[in-house]
Design a protein around this ligand. Structure first.
Ligand SMILES: Nc1ncnc2c1ncn2[C@@H]1O[C@H](COP(=O)(O)OP(=O)(O)O)[C@@H](O)[C@H]1O
Ligand SMILES: [Mg+2]
Length: 179
């Protein structure tokens, strides 16, 4: 199959993604100077899903999952209701993986936002590499002014500290834009 020619912004995002794999295509565990994942955002039709799928296919590990966020989140919410535990719910819905790719990440309301905060905490603690595509930049998530402030700690979880001890470095995603 012919590789698509990428524009400059797509090229930069692809390079950031490729840096998360070693020469054999194995996932490099987050930690040290390596981020917990990549938050890839940009306007619809800018190739985000294409770039994520290309990266997912290039990953040699079998311990990986690529999920549509909306469907995944419905399953996760149901599992949390049944089990009362985010960790058990993650075990049930995704199992033991090194890489999770979420297409079309979005936050519809503050209730979802609170669950997403707990989800990210579990994934980052387990050092699962998390890639998301989204139409919004992190700061644009949950724009409703009544709730945005309450969601800011989760935005900070995504963008995290730029510098700091290793443990903190491994708990932030790098942000790329194809816009
Ligand atoms: N550089 C490119 N070369 C070829 N096709 C591209 C390129 N960028 C995007 N596309 C195509 O444009 C369409 C929209 O891309 P998609 O990945 O769905 O965008 P997004 O997820 O950002 O909405 C897809 O058919 C994709 O293959
Ligand atoms: Mg898409």
């Amino acid at each position: 199959m012919l590789e698509p020619a990428l524009d400059a912004a797509q090229e930069a995002a692809a390079a950031a993604l490729d840096a998360l794999l070693d020469r054999r295509g194995r996932v490099r565990k987050p930690g040290g100077s390596r981020p917990a994942g990549i938050y890839l955002h940009g306007r619809p039709g800018r190739g985000k899903t294409m770039l994520m799928d290309r990266f997912f296919a290039a990953t040699s590990s079998k311990r990986k999952a690529r999920l549509h966020f909306h469907r995944f989140f419905a399953d996760l919410s149901a599992a949390v209701r049944i089990t009362g535990s985010m960790r058990t719910a993650v075990d049930m819905v995704v199992g033991d993986v090194d890489l999770l790719c979420f297409d079309e990440f979005q936050v519809d309301d503050i209730g979802d936002g609170m669950l997403i905060a707990r989800l990210l905490d579990v994934l980052f603690t387990r050092r699962v590499l998390v890639i998301v595509t989204a139409n919004q930049a992190p700061a644009e998530l949950l724009p409703n002014p009544v709730f945005h402030e309450q969601f800011e700690p989760t935005i900070a979880l995504i963008t995290g500290p730029r510098a700091g001890p290793d443990a903190q470095q491994a708990r932030r995603t790098d942000t790329c834009s194809t816009s």
